[in-house]
Design a protein around this ligand. Sequence first.
Ligand code: NAD
Length: 361
Amino acid sequence: MEKKIALIHGDGIGPEIVDEAVKVLNKTADIFGHKFTYTPVLMGGIAIDETGVPLPEETVKVCKASDSVLLGAVGGPKWDKGEGKMRPEAGLLGIRGALGLYANLRPAKLLKPLAGACPLKKETTEQGLDLLIVRELIGGAYFGDKRTFTDDKGHLTAIDEMKYSDFEVERICRKAFELARKRRGFVTSVDKANVLDTSRLWREIAHKVKEDYPDIGYEDMLVDNTAMQLIRNPAHFDVIVTENLFGDILSDEASMLTGSLGMLPSASLADGEFGLYEPVHGSAPDIAGTGKANPIATILSAAMMLRFSFGMLSEADAIEKAVDKALNAGYRTADIMSEGCKLVNCTEMGGIITDGLSAEN
Ligand code: NAD
């Protein structure tokens, strides 16, 4: 199979980690007889420096003409002072909107070799931790009207509008039920229906969608309770579906349960097969250029790309198994280092995972 991949290296550690993921993708293509071609495009701080805007039109054009997009990370202190729409993060919001990426998938799984890095009690982690957060990505408070003004009593005031329409809720809930079918078959829909109108609409639509999936278990849960249950009993969850702001916060909470940000992949999906794949973490400017970056989150994001956009399930499995193999053999980057393990840098970790790839894993 031939596939076109747009590559957004971005800022900070972005270029280092994307290079390692490409190494892994190329070896996977060799082993399984595929051809991946790559088109590098600019976004974020580097795009501001080179073109004057965080998301050049050319980038959107190339991404739309590709089968999927692999992104490192954007941002850094150099660009932190600009106005909102001229910051690197505006590129992120812009590309999600431009490509219609409404479903953000963040798996959080505690890998056995890293169980010690989980901040929860051993009795809790022994129950297992393997959940998927499906976050609505292009609606709600982040995309509603915003303004800051002085009200008629002279108070400086800010408003962020939180808005959802039925079709936005329906399509993300459907994605969650479909994904649950390929996992353990249970959906938790998270809202704040005791307070918010958007949440009451969310709950009504989620219940309607549920009728089409009688084989899938379902529950509603308030967001504050979900934040608690993630710590108390994370094994309870299979697929969590929720709106943009709640999903942003809960997925960061879930990610910390797995030990390190450097391990967590994500996918942002449009209708059909198209998706943008990126690690959950940011551009880590504090370690950029030092070789300390952990490339595993980006490598696992590439595996998600093969699974969700290209339907290459054995290939995705092979990458995940090669990551497990490297960790089981005791190789660690600095962020996940523990006693008795072998410290490696970003390039070495990418190389070890690449060498460990095999169709027979
Ligand atoms: P961050 O995720 O970049 O870093 C947080 C901490 O985790 C740092 O100590 C960093 O060194 C460490 N870390 C992150 N990824 C790592 C990796 N792969 N290997 C080893 N250690 C890693 O978050 P931050 O410091 O809050 O943000 C830095 C910049 O990244 C900011 O400009 C922020 O806006 C941006 N950001 C971008 C994205 C994105 O591109 N999707 C997401 C979050 C933050």
